[in-house]
Design a binder for this molecule. Structure first.
Ligand code: KIV
Ligand code: ZN
Length: 515
């Protein structure tokens, strides 16, 4: 029997550090439930000291997740560790992940500490974390650019202090596979008590090598990989969970460990859930979860696959959950079927009123679109479509006129703080005209950074899913909207983003918070 590879998902923590990807507590809980269903081993739910919102989210995830370990991040500081310890308290199995930088540049320029001080603080932090849980992980931040002898000293000392997992981050994505694998091997060989801890890796994708570096580390003895759904994360992102898992599963012949405990059929729906919530669309040619990942265009390939799937496919689409996107409901489906299917998808309604509201939107959609797929249902219940009661701006009506040779025009009616306003505007196209009309009422002064449209399912009656990214006073937010009419979907997405821009409740980005 080969070892089991521990899958540590950090979508809710490092993934959330992507500008604009911040998630509400409810969204984090939904993603955590999907990860638990996939049987991910560890879920890093957030950075509790970063903000009260982040603390609440980690606490909420720790309260509902039963089968996965729930982890909270902390710097190697008493106040961080106390907060993380408090946040994971309700967990069946809770972990504190504490870190301090060990590279010369980080120690000198960022921490302004000498190596002995860093070593002392690392040991102190691990001992402090052990007062809250037996399950403590330590990371020497920027390990990929740290001196190996110093890393060995720190890691030996933190194992003695009680760290059970040593996570080696390539924080800036600087490493390359052979060298990074060699580093892991070297550390395991040189550190006298290395057999007392699990070696983990955490790779960033600045050179597009996060997955390759992680897998090279696995070949050299790492038995935990930190990764995110869709590779979401700081800058170019983190190693993608779906690519790591499917590489190890598909190439059982070469990897010295397995991921047999995971339910890989949950991958596609979880990927959809994360992209829907964060507004970070998945590129069509993305491995495993991209819309084209299992599509064959060329005649030769199609012919080969029809004769024998293995000619051009190394994995089965259904093993990662592609075929589970069944047509589940239609126009005649009842409220109970709707509620039951959403429960199976991990979505529960906070109140009857919320359920009735969503069911009303489902009926409207079913009038326009005969076949309702799981992805349509997921889109119906994204926060963007849930019209939370505390939203200040709501779309009442939109009429656009787009005609060859004429300047497009939009008439919009919106509620702002319970008062109805209407406005008209011209624009370069119907979407541009609608946004201008809305902004002329709201006067948000925000800058549009991104506008993207994806179809949720195939067919011309598919819902369009629109993401709008806005920036105001250095804060970046994403808004989403979906509808069978993409101009309406765009207006919904824009209003969703504006509500976030105007909302005080939205959590501060961990990177810009007061930590
Ligand atoms: O990239 C990094 O170094 C991190 C640490 C906190 C593990 O995210
Ligand atoms: Zn990271």
């Amino acid at each position: 029997m080969s070892d089991q590879l521990i899958i540590f998902d950090t979508t809710l923590r490092d993934g959330e550090q992507s500008p604009g990807a911040s998630m509400t507590k409810e969204e984090k809980v939904r993603i955590a439930k999907a990860l638990e269903k996939m049987r991910v081993d560890v879920i890093e739910a957030g950075f509790p000291i970063a903000s009260p919102g982040d603390f609440d989210a980690v606490h909420a995830v720790a309260s509902v997740i039963k089968d996965s370990t729930v982890c909270g991040l902390s710097r190697a500081l008493d106040k961080d560790i106390e907060r993380a310890g408090e946040a994971i308290k309700p967990a069946n199995s809770g972990r504190i992940h504490t870190f301090i930088a060990t590279s010369p540049i980080h120690m000198k320029m960022k921490l302004r500490m000498d190596p002995d001080q860093v070593l002392e603080q690392a040991v102190k932090a691990v001992k402090k974390a052990r007062q809250y849980t037996d399950n403590v992980e330590f990371s020497p931040e920027d390990a990929g650019r740290s001196e190996v002898d110093f890393l060995c000293r720190v890691l030996e000392a933190v194992i003695d202090a009680g760290a059970g997992t040593l996570n080696i981050p390539d924080t800036v994505g600087y490493n390359v596979p052979e060298q990074f694998g060699g580093l892991i091997r070297n550390l395991r060989e040189k550190i006298p008590n290395s057999d007392k801890a699990v070696f983990s890796v955490h790779c960033h994708n600045d050179l597009g090598l996060a997955v390759a570096n992680s897998l090279s580390a696995v070949m050299n003895g790492a038995r935990q990989v930190e990764c995110t759904i869709n590779g979401l994360g700081e800058r170019a992102g983190n190693a993608s969970l779906e690519e790591i898992v499917m590489a190890v599963k598909t190439r059982k012949d070469i990897f010295p460990c397995n991921v047999d405990h995971l339910d890989t059929t949950q991958i596609v729906s979880t990927s959809r859930l994360v992209s829907g919530i964060t507004g970070f669309a998945v590129q069509p040619n993305k491995a495993i979860v991209g819309a084209n990942a299992f599509a064959h265009e060329s005649g030769i390939h199609q012919d080969g696959v029809l004769k024998s799937r293995e000619t051009y496919e190394i994995m089965r689409a259904q093993d990662v959950g592609w075929s589970t996107n069944r047509m589940v409901l239609g126009k005649h489906s009842g409220r109970n079927a709707f509620k039951t299917r959403l429960k199976e998808l991990g979505v529960e309604f906070a109140s009857e009123a919320e359920l009735n509201d969503a069911f009303g939107r489902f009926k409207d959609l079913a009038d326009k679109k005969h076949e309702i797929y799981d992805d349509d249902l997921q889109a119906l219940v994204t926060d963007a479509n849930m019209e939370a009661e505390n939203e200040r701006i709501k779309l009442v009506a939109l009429k656009v006129c787009s005609e060859t040779g004429e300047t497009p025009n939009a008439d919009v009616a919106i509620m702002v703080d319970d008062q109805e306003h209407s406005a008209s505007s011209e624009g370069g196209g119907p979407v541009d005209a609608s946004f201008k009309a809305i902004e002329s009422v709201v006067n948000s002064g925000s800058e549009l950074l991104l506008y993207s449209v994806n179809n949720i399912t195939s067919g011309t009656d598919s819902q369009g899913e629109v993401t709008v990214r806005l920036k105001k006073n250095g804060r970046i937010v994403n808004g989403q909207g979906s509808d069978t009419d993409i101009v309406i979907a765009s207006a919904k997405a824009y209003i969703n983003a504006l509500n976030k821009v105007l909302s005080d409740a939205e959590r501060a980005h961990p990177q810009t918070g007061d930590v």
